[in-house]
Design a protein around this ligand. Structure first.
Ligand code: PLP
Length: 441
């Protein structure tokens, strides 16, 4: 039987005995125990509280246990817990309508998936069928999910042990701090990254290329806000060669950047938009592809060879409807923009002025990265084990963070308030100060 009052130790040991974890060597794990949460706060069974500035995997944009969304899931469970995707379902239609209301003009339907990776799988499938071409070009600085083609489209090193899908080619996207193009400013980085992409298209064969797949703002790869001209430049290249453009908004979409979609910050409209995470804050797993009208029209009289048992699952759909309504009614996207611009961004910049360990601060909305360097002049990435120690030190002081390689990604829920930002900045200041004293050159 399940204990009425479980302890941290019981839950930890249960996990270690029976649960196999993602992206891990299983023997070395010591997972944090979480019992419950509310808003930006989580707690364990001993009552220790954490301020969640990770939004878990950058997905709980509305925070934890939003009452209206929890109630909507319960209400849908009472009505119809599950139903096949071929049926017409009220919540599925309402969810698609609300998602498309946040898309640029010209997007007319949504294909629902279980999460972000399979959203990308299906967008690539649509692009290949629609164009009759094979290759997908995507960026080295990217993460697109861990299923068959999505992990091969991914550029980061997790791709390498998983390269079993074919037809994928990679290119370098802009990243001025660690430029591949010897650029000294954003304009140069942009121009040279576009010239490089043109050469990759020419060499791979424009007539063989179905789509360019890009995170609108690469997230896990380092929150790499592209120069203003980059995405419009990619759109122009795609048009020139009859290639489709897919934006992966899985992490950057639905409030994270202080706008509904990250593409709202740029003058570029893709042909397909992939989403997941923030669309319902992961309360029930869901993702999907927003499809522009020409592609919808094509599939009006061509067969679409793809599907999922849980495409448009009613519980996930009810969570989307309630999440998007709550985000609108409670002004969460405006809050993300305002808090990011007025408090979090400037607060992180001040930390960078105080601590030599911080090589660069970059971001937008509530989507920020600090790049830790052991030598600021050489931009030497801080060693991974030290970043892991910092993450543990933040957690010991009650702050949950998201770290990747030498970076800290500061990504609180879109409902975060000024006091919580101040509290988090104080913890960051203290811990980064201690590590700077010991490890910055
Ligand atoms: N695309 C992007 C940009 C992501 O950040 C992620 C997950 O972090 C994915 C796709 C994969 O989503 P999921 O883990 O829901 O399959």
């Amino acid at each position: 039987s399940i204990p009425a009052q479980p302890s941290n130790q019981y839950v930890h040991d249960l996990d270690r005995e029976h649960v196999f974890h993602s992206w891990s060597t299983q023997g070395a794990l010591n997972p944090l125990v979480i019992a419950g949460g509310s808003g930006c706060t989580l707690w364990d069974y001993d009552g220790k509280q954490y301020l969640d500035f990770s939004s878990q995997l950058v997905n709980t944009n509305i925070g934890h246990q939003h009452p209206a969304v929890v109630a909507a899931i319960k209400a849908q469970a009472d009505t119809l817990v599950t139903v096949a995707p071929a049926t017409a379902n009220l919540m599925r239609g309402e969810a698609a309508k609300r998602i498309l209301a946040r898309a640029p003009a010209g997007f007319s339907k949504v294909f629902f998936t279980n999460a972000g990776a399979d959203a990308n799988e299906n967008a690539m499938r649509m692009a290949r069928i629609y164009t009759g071409r094979d290759k997908i070009l995507s960026a080295y600085r990217s993460y697109h999910g861990s299923t068959g083609a999505a992990i091969v489209a991914t550029g980061d090193p997790r791709r390498v042990p998983n390269e079993f899908a074919r037809g994928h080619v990679h290119f370098f996207n802009p990243y001025l701090y660690r430029t591949e193009f010897h650029a000294s400013n954003e304009e140069e980085e942009c121009e040279r990254a576009l010239a490089h992409l043109r050469r990759v298209i020419e060499c791979e064969g424009p007539g063989a290329t179905a789509a360019i797949l890009l995170e609108t703002i690469p997230g896990t790869a380092g929150i790499l806000v592209p120069p203003k001209g980059y995405l419009p430049g990619v759109r122009k290249l795609a048009d020139e060669y009859g290639i489709l453009l897919i934006f992966d908004e899985v992490m950057a979409g639905f409030g994270r950047t202080g706008s509904w979609l990250a593409l709202d910050h740029f003058d570029a409209v893709p042909d397909l938009i992939c989403f997941a995470k923030g669309v319902n804050s992961g309360y029930v797993p869901a993702g999907g592809v927003m499809i522009s009208k020409p592609i919808c029209d094509y599939f009006d009289n061509h067969f679409f060879p793809g599907g999922l048992t849980y495409s448009g699952h009613p519980l996930a759909m009810a969570a989307i409807v309630a999440t998007l309504d709550a985000m609108s009614e409670e002004g969460m996207v405006d809050n993300a923009r305002r808090i990011g611009q007025e408090l979090l961004g400037p607060g992180l910049e001040r930390l960078a002025e105080r601590h030599r360990l911080i090589g660069e601060v970059r971001g937008i909305g509530l989507f920020w990265a600090l790049e830790f360097v052991s030598d600021a002049r050489l931009r030497t990435p801080l060693a991974g084990p030290l970043v892991a120690q910092m993450k543990a030190a933040f957690a010991a002081r009650g702050l949950l963070t998201f770290t990747v390689e030498n970076r800290l990604h500061v990504v609180p829920p879109c409902i975060v308030n000024a006091a919580q930002v101040e509290e988090a900045l104080a913890i960051l200041d203290e811990v980064i100060g201690e590590f700077s004293a010991r490890h910055a050159a």
